[in-house]
Design a protein around this ligand. Structure first.
Ligand code: URA
Length: 299
């Protein structure tokens, strides 16, 4: 029988979970990843050709409990094979981080996608990004499949995760208003993010998560063929422009990036979520938007 004190303790515990960013149930019962002893979500990824090589067998998976019981622990924790280090010519800007198996696979899979539909199908089947394990939906893009302006944000949030489309929450509504102010509608632009799944608790994606998604983003840009790319916020700017400079330093400046042999003009601006918290900064974002509008009118 539950007492009032029990109920208060339970409510306090739920509040604490919410504050820690745990606001979505991903299974009917909690999973004790430590008790399972095998790889955490997204880390068990291996290239198909490595499947039959002499990698030590992973321990058998403990059955997932559906009735709330703790899953039985695996017999023992087998040592994990060292991460494969295949040779791959370094990409400019990413030499410091050795590409891992997931990124190599992502590059191969993304390159083979002839169109956006195939790229989305490939992303749905891709298990190399750990974010997929906790997200409800893939958020690929919204807007036009081909567009003169491509907009790249950081990562889907709660609303986006529920709907499976980028920028549909409050920040997205502000983004739509910003676009309307320069006479653009959803059908005129292609909107996406650096990562395609919501990070738990809306945290910033890790460099590894962004990097694993990057081959898909690069292929997406090749297929969309934008003339101008607008980067929303520091995380998108850092990832696409390969810089460690903060957003306040890089915003409002044109940079050129290469996409499949084409030069694409790129500008970073302030993220709409930041503008919601800091309305005084809208003036700077407005200046950046006018520069984007002028660039689209000229080209
Ligand atoms: N913020 C982002 O960066 N992307 C979204 O899709 C939503 C909010």
């Amino acid at each position: 029988m539950q007492t009032e004190a029990d109920r208060r303790t339970l409510a306090a515990l739920l509040d604490w979970y919410r504050e820690m960013g745990v606001d979505t149930a991903v299974a009917d019962a909690p999973i004790d990843w430590l008790a399972r002893g095998d790889a955490p979500p997204g880390q068990a990824f291996r290239l198909p050709e490595q499947e039959n090589k002499a990698v030590p067998e992973a321990p058998p998976r403990a059955p997932l409990s559906r009735d709330g019981e703790r899953p039985s622990p695996p017999p023992r924790i087998a040592p994990r094979a060292p991460a494969p280090q295949p040779s791959l010519e370094p990409r400019p800007g990413f030499a410091a981080t050795p590409p891992d198996a997931a990124e190599i696979a992502a590059r191969r899979i993304a390159r083979d996608a002839p169109d956006l539909e195939a790229l989305e199908t490939a992303l749905r089947a891709f298990d190399g990004c750990g974010l997929k394990a906790t997200a409800k939906n893939l958020c690929f893009y919204r807007g036009a499949p081909r567009a003169r302006l491509m907009i790249i944000g950081e990562a889907p949030g709660r609303e986006e995760d529920l709907e499976g489309r980028p920028f549909v929450g409050r920040a997205g509504q502000l983004l739509d208003k910003m676009l309307a102010a320069i006479a653009l509608k959803e059908e005129d632009v292609h909107i996406t993010n650096v990562v395609y799944w919501r990070p738990p608790g809306n945290r910033t994606p890790t460099p590894q998560e962004s990097q694993v998604c990057r081959p898909f983003l690069e292929r997406q840009m090749e297929l969309v063929e934008p003339e101008v790319v607008l980067l929303l916020g520091g995380a998108a700017a850092k990832q696409v422009l390969d810089t460690t400079d903060g957003i306040m330093r890089i915003r409002g400046k044109w940079r050129e990036i290469q996409s499949s042999g084409r030069t694409v003009r790129t500008m970073a601006t302030l993220h709409p979520a930041y503008l919601l918290r800091t309305p005084a900064a809208k003036r700077q974002a407005w200046r950046d938007l006018l520069a984007v509008q002028a660039a689209l009118e000229k080209s």
